[in-house]
Ligand binder design. Structure first.
Ligand SMILES: Nc1nc2c(ncn2[C@@H]2O[C@H](COP(=O)(O)OP(=O)(O)O)[C@@H](O)[C@H]2O)c(=O)[nH]1
Ligand SMILES: [Mg+2]
Length: 353
């Protein structure tokens, strides 16, 4: 850890508030309260599943503090809900289509009707990570540059790596390739970081329901030091970089334990109108999972992951001009994380203390 006592003091100040005058009137959202969350993860690592399962996780209702994530426009909320229900229904029959148009989704954090923060989430076309090489054509190079540009301006980076399904050589090879690819992008995002503030980095170990039958089994098998060791390649970067202000590992599952079944056969042909999945040598052969018939996802640790990313993003905003409301929001979120029994391994600036 090289964040030192100054950073810790700053964190404490952030959480417990300072005597600074409010920057904005209480009815106007301080523009500092917007957290840009950017994703790093190859195709098929579970990024879209996590987002579509927000409806059953962080969007599902208020936390103990009363803070609640929602769409700013009720009509958008309805659309998201309908789309999520459609997707869950589709997931009983076939896997998720691959992302071809990286969507940007805004989520507003409310305390009753008061806007406290905005989470701006952008997905990535995972194939950028596995298909772009120095030999790729100019169009692809441009997509790459745009993507890295987004990463360098993030308030929080979420690195998504699927938990290996087993300790068999194919699964471990895939996991190793994932770490290699994501570490490269994480390092690049930090190396050429454009934003003046430190970034929060969240390492998501996704699909933990695949090798484990339940939360207790997963927690037993994955104590803190094991998670740190598994993700060591990424952990070393975040712990060693002065540009990372807060970091943590979160094991998550979009579908939840006991809700998924492996697809009997990978679909011979993609459903009409859908892209062919765009697999790469890294993701090829990886099992596809469906939801059990009639079952909806019960996301595991997903609300906690989103709460932490938003909280850490807020905590790392520049102190100048930050109203006490932001500190109050972060403090409420920290209390929520404790109340919801969030499972995470803090790597930097432990937000649980
Ligand atoms: N068992 C299980 N499978 C998942 C989970 N999330 C994703 N998957 C599987 O992984 C596939 C790819 O997920 P997707 O979200 O599309 O990956 P993306 O390309 O990173 O957006 C899905 O079609 C599912 O088969 C999860 O939480 N549990
Ligand atoms: Mg996707």
């Amino acid at each position: 850890m090289n964040n030192g006592p100054r950073a810790e003091n700053r964190l404490r100040e952030w959480i417990f508030g300072t005597t600074r005058a409010p920057h904005a009137p209480p009815d106007k959202l301080d523009d500092l309260a917007e957290v840009r969350l950017e994703l790093i993860g190859r195709e098929h690592s579970g990024k879209t599943a996590l987002r579509v399962c927000y409806c059953k996780g962080p969007l599902a209702g208020p936390q103990l503090s009363g803070l609640e994530l929602a769409a700013a426009d009720p009509r958008v909320m309805t659309r998201r809900m309908v789309e999520a229900l459609e997707t869950y229904r589709d997931l009983n029959r076939g896997g998720l289509p691959s992302t071809i148009d990286p969507e940007e989704s805004d989520f507003t954090l409310y305390l009753a009707d008061e806007v406290r923060a905005v989470l701006r989430l952008r997905e990535v076309v995972g194939q950028i990570l596995t298909h772009t090489t120095p030999d790729s054509d100019e169009k692809q190079q441009e997509q790459y540059r745009q993507y890295v540009g987004h990463l360098t301006r993030a308030d929080a980076l979420q690195v998504v790596v699927g938990c290996p399904a087993s300790d068999g050589p194919a699964d471990l090879d895939r996991f190793e390739a994932d770490l290699m690819v994501t570490a490269g992008y994480l390092r690049e995002a930090l190396k050429v970081r454009a934003a003046p503030t430190p970034v929060a980095v969240q390492l998501l170990l996704a699909k933990v329901d695949v090798p484990f039958a339940g939360a207790a089994e997963a927690r037993d098998a994955l104590p803190d030091d094991r998670l740190r060791a598994m993700l060591g390649r990424l952990v070393r970067i975040v712990e060693g970089s002065a540009k990372v202000g807060m970091a943590a590992v979160f094991p998550v599952s979009a579908f939840g334990f006991g809700t998924a079944v492996p697809a009997a056969d990978p679909p011979a042909a993609p459903p009409a109108g859908r892209p062919t999945g765009g697999f790469s040598l890294v993701s090829e052969g990886e099992a596809e999972y469906l939801l059990r018939p009639g079952v909806s996802p019960v996301p595991f640790n997903l609300t906690a992951a989103v709460w932490w990313a938003l909280m850490a993003g807020l905590l790392l905003k520049p102190a100048d001009g930050r109203g006490p409301r932001l500190a109050d929001t972060a403090r409420l979120m920290a209390a929520d994380l404790e109340a919801m029994g969030a499972w995470f391994v803090p790597l930097k600036a432990d937000a649980r203390t």
